[in-house]
Design a binder for this molecule. Structure first.
Ligand code: SAH
Length: 352
């Protein structure tokens, strides 16, 4: 039975479900979920990400994290963690770039937070030389210094959508009509957690709330506060998100998010303000990805790599540099947020 049939059956029996429930079934249902059943990033995949576009992305992230580690006195045992590691490409690039940092590899213990068993298997092949550990969630991160990266992880977490009605909010719900799913509206209710959004919204505006993001940020920032470390959170979105940002991508093209659950990637823009509200340690301003990578020296790195390339690979390399940094491509849409301990310098690339 398809996930569409399972969900229409469930809705017919017990009523509409929240968008957050729908997203979590579509992405992580154990046998039909999008991430559970496939490698969305492979050559025949549906979308691509910065580390899959160029090795330079992970190399510079690795150097930023390693510099934070050095700046904090090179703690002798620490966790090097990634949330949602995809194919393991970003972590592999981080490890290659940091191999020359004296003591870094000896002191690290690699921890990967990954929900998909398909992707865990690919990560274990990519990273087999390093014996990573897989954790079921951020709560299992060890009590020690934490250097962490998350690229396009928070955009995959389920959100609720609320539409403003006076000073109340109506939740957008997924209903069913025969064998089709459609969006509807629940009753108007007060939402104390959205009090601050009464300032910047008008009638019928939609806001999104991601309840699973806050406990994750809370845990990471508590480890960093208590033991030291740094986190780099990279995603598309802005300081405060407004409107319906749900998008479904299949075969590199936008598609209807409700048409065939489990067969398309679903994401929403990350609300960085909401992430910082859960932080228990200092955080940086959000910095556009292009600015972050330029500050870390992507142009020099691109020129050095270009020396070894010609013809089509050289053209692809130049295009990749542009794609990661140009404001009209990923350079401005993607933002970087850093977390760091009180008294430490912010992660390189995110200086005020
Ligand atoms: N960071 C990678 C992959 C991004 S795709 C890259 O940049 O290429 C999103 C990743 O997050 C996938 O690995 C997916 O399986 C994982 N993921 C999505 N939701 C998750 C959840 N709730 N818990 C743990 N991992 C999750």
């Amino acid at each position: 039975m398809s996930l569409l049939r399972i969900l229409t059956g469930r809705i017919a029996a017990t009523g509409p479900i929240t968008l957050a429930d729908y997203m979590s079934e579509a992405l992580l249902h154990p046998t039909h979920g999008y991430y559970s059943t496939r490698d969305p990033l492979g050559t025949a995949g549906d979308f691509t990400t910065a580390p899959e576009i160029s090795q330079m992305f992970g190399e510079l992230i690795g150097l930023s994290l390693a510099q934070s580690w050095l700046d904090q006195g090179a703690p002798p045992a620490f966790t090097l963690a990634e949330l949602g590691p995809g194919r393991g490409t970003l972590m592999a690039d981080i490890l290659r770039a940091t191999a020359g940092v004296p003591g870094f590899h000896n002191a690290m213990q690699i921890a990967l937070v990954e929900a998909s068993s398909t992707l865990r298997a690919i990560q274990s092949t990519t990273l087999q030389a390093y014996a990573p550990q897989w954790l079921d969630g951020a709560h299992a991160l060890p009590e020690q210094p934490l250097y962490l990266v998350a690229n396009e992880f928070f955009d995959a977490l389920p959100v609720h959508q609320y539409q403003r009605d006076g000073d109340r909010w109506r939740e957008r719900m997924v209903g069913a009509d025969g064998d089709r799913l459609h969006m509807g509206l629940g009753p108007a209710t007060p939402q104390p957690a959205l009090a601050h959004r009464l300032e910047d919204t008008a009638k019928d505006d939609i806001v999104e709330v991601c309840p699973s993001a806050s406990p994750i940020i809370n845990t990471i920032s508590t480890r960093i506060r208590d033991h030291g470390g740094a986190a780099l959170i990279v995603d598309y979105g802005d300081w405060r998100s407004l409107g319906d940002t749900l998008q479904a991508i299949k075969d590199h093209k936008a598609t209807d998010p409700l048409a065939a659950p489990g067969t398309a990637d679903l994401t929403t823009h990350v609300d960085f303000e909401a992430l910082t509200q859960a932080a228990r340690c200092p955080f940086t301003r959000i910095t556009p990805q292009g600015v972050f990578l330029e500050r870390l020296g992507i142009t020099q790195r691109a020129q050095a790599l270009a020396q070894t390339l010609r013809d089509a690979p050289l053209e692809a390399h130049v295009a990749a540099h542009r794609r990661l940094t140009h404001p009209a491509e990923m350079g401005n849409l993607f933002k970087v947020l850093g977390l760091y301990p009180t008294g430490a310098t912010p992660p390189p690339g995110l200086e005020p």
